[in-house]
Write a protein that binds this ligand. Structure first.
Ligand code: HAM
Length: 435
């Protein structure tokens, strides 16, 4: 019998990895709290039509990537993203009647049947946020600022912020006509996907990486020439605000993104290509001013983003040098175990994360484990130490050791641990998160 395995593209997150996830989640929670967002949790299953209507029929997500099925008489889909779900919830609960502006965040699994590779999975997690009720562009700039703050707090500094404006529906309709007129004479030279898209969703051709398409796109009319005066003013203000916030950004006129619901502001933040490869887009977002009305609600503007958590974890791999545990207590011999247990409890009461090794192995094997757990200090307790009322205290990174009086050992460890944290580059959950 073949052993059972997880579904392709869907990963287990084992206990040794969960700590990194939790640190990232805590940093995200703390960041969004400071920007005034509240958490929303929506179901993982939604009516299929929700995504077809909002994301758009001729997008990769709806055409090829959704996990959809019929259950009894209902057409259901495992959510490929959470923006449409948040908008549905906003309309369904008539939130616009309760408050003028709603700022929501979420963190959870999304499902897309894509070809799995590093940074691209079929079940993946997004940390996202949506703002309903503010036409921008002040809040658009603030979302980008929030993201840069969050990434810096995670220790990710190699960032490329791309922004663009694609205007409203009229702008896009006029541009679409011009783009089709430019590409149609070259249709036979386009990739098969783009030939099809020329009819269904020509803007997506701008996104294509295929060299045949890239050539045809050269010299295509630019969307920015089609923006209305109001769109232009909106985009100019966004740039002014980002500059005032000190956020470096680049205008990318070819940025269109793969979901149909966007209007005006679009942005993406790319991380280091060498590390992330094909999955270098850490976050995508933008404005979707038409969605609430499309779902039967009032005319409420909206903007948001979603960031791939696995990609952030890949980007933080090297930045994370903070110790996982603070202190390791190593008793030598059976009589020392009870003293070790009490010492462990005293340290924990002072807020220090401690492993007490009550298995009683050799000193060498215990110190090896202390290093594997990246403890800042190891505390050795043998018969001689107990008789002398001291603890043999080792600062592992400095390879230094001294005997410390038992009643001074908690303060000694506290000082070492604080020193180790101050030297670490990435913030840790519980340290106050983002700064
Ligand atoms: P998206 O560009 O489809 O936008 O996805 C946002 C981010 O989710 C990507 O930049 C990437 O980091 C991550 N991501 C997407 N697909 C995968 C995958 N298969 N595996 C791993 N990570 C992935 C949205 O989802 C919009 N809802 C964003 C938004 C919110 N726009 C307005 N509000």
């Amino acid at each position: 019998m073949n052993p059972l395995r997880a579904v392709k593209g869907m990963n287990d997150i084992l206990p040794e990895e969960v700590a990194r996830w939790q640190r990232l989640e805590a940093t995200y929670r703390e960041t969004v709290r400071r920007y005034g967002f509240r958490e929303i949790r929506t179901p993982y299953l939604e009516p299929t039509s929700l995504f077809v209507r909002t994301i758009g029929e001729a997008t990769d997500v709806v055409e090829k990537e959704m996990y959809s099925f019929t259950h009894r008489d209902e057409q259901l889909t495992l959510r490929p993203e959470a923006t449409a779900s948040a908008a549905r919830a906003y309309v369904e609960h008539q939130v616009h009647g309760k408050e003028p502006i709603s700022k929501w965040w979420y963190l959870g699994p999304m499902f897309r049947a894509e070809r799995p590779q590093r940074g691209r999975y079929r079940q993946f997690y997004q940390a996202g946020a949506e703002i309903f009720g503010d036409p921008g562009p002040g809040c658009d700039a603030e979302l980008v600022d929030l993201l840069v703050t969050f990434f810096h707090a995670l220790g990710i500094r190699d960032l490329d912020v791309l922004v663009n404006s694609i205007g409203g529906p009229e702008t896009r309709a006029a541009y679409r006509t011009a783009l089709v007129a430019h590409l149609t004479p070259q249709k036979d030279g386009l990739s098969a996907d783009s030939q099809r898209r020329l009819e269904t969703n020509p803007l997506r051709i701008l996104d294509s990486k295929d060299p045949r398409d890239r050539e045809a796109i050269e010299g295509a009319p630019s969307l920015s020439d089609f923006l209305t005066d109001a769109d232009r003013e909106h985009f100019a203000s966004l740039q002014r605000y980002l500059t005032a916030l000190g956020t470096p950004f680049r205008i990318e006129p070819r940025l269109v993104r793969g979901l149909d619901y966007y209007t005006r502001t679009l942005f993406e933040i790319q991380g280091a290509k060498e590390k992330l490869g094909a999955g270098s887009t850490l976050v995508g977002g933008g404005r979707y001013d038409g969605m609430i009305a499309e779902l039967g609600g009032p005319n409420v503007p909206a903007v948001g983003f979603a960031s791939g958590v696995e990609r952030l974890l890949i980007a933080t791999e090297a930045a994370e040098e903070a110790p996982a545990l603070d202190a390791y207590v190593a008793p030598l011999g059976a009589a020392a175990i009870e003293h070790a247990l009490v010492l462990g409890r005293d340290l924990r009461a002072a807020g220090i994360a401690v492993e007490v090794d009550a298995r009683g192995g050799s000193l060498k094997s215990q110190l090896r484990r202390a290093s594997a757990l990246r403890c800042a200090v190891a505390l050795v307790l043998g018969d001689a130490e107990i008789a002398g009322g001291v603890v043999q205290a080792k600062a592992l990174a400095e390879h230094a050791q001294e005997n410390v009086a038992r009643d001074g050992v908690v303060a000694w460890v506290r000082a070492r641990v604080d020193g180790a944290k101050a030297g670490a580059s990435a913030p840790r959950a519980g340290d106050g998160g983002a700064t």
